[in-house]
Structure formats: C-alpha cells, structure tokens
Design a protein. Structure first.
Length: 62
C-alpha cells in the first residue's frame, strides 16, 4: 500500500512538471475562441492568435 501511494505521488508531481514545461500560459491567460473569425483572443491582455487549435503560449508583451 505505501508503495502504491508513493507511485501515485510521483506520477502526480511528474505530470505537473511536464505540464509546466510544455506551456508558457499563466493564470492570467484566458483565451476565448471567436469561431466566426477563426481566431483566439486573450481576455486579459487582448492578444490575438489565428487558428483553430487552443494557444499554448502567453503572448503578453509581444
């Protein structure tokens, strides 16, 4: 039982580390899809990115 708990904890921390390295989004990044215009717009900084796939990078200050 303790081995299973340690494996689960290791897996959870590994997932958090992997997610942090694959995205530069912060808590302030709130992307909203505008389907009629085929683009994504950040509700916080008003950055715009075209395309259908959800953005994985923060564009604040660019």
């Amino acid at each position: 039982m303790p081995v299973l708990i340690l494996l689960l904890l290791t897996g959870v921390f590994g997932y958090f580390i992997w997610r942090r390295k694959t995205s530069t989004l912060s808590r302030d990044c709130r992307w909203r899809q505008q389907r009629s215009q085929h683009r994504w717009q950040c509700a916080n900084c008003a950055a715009v990115q075209p395309g259908a796939a959800e953005p994985r990078d923060c564009l604040r200050g660019k």
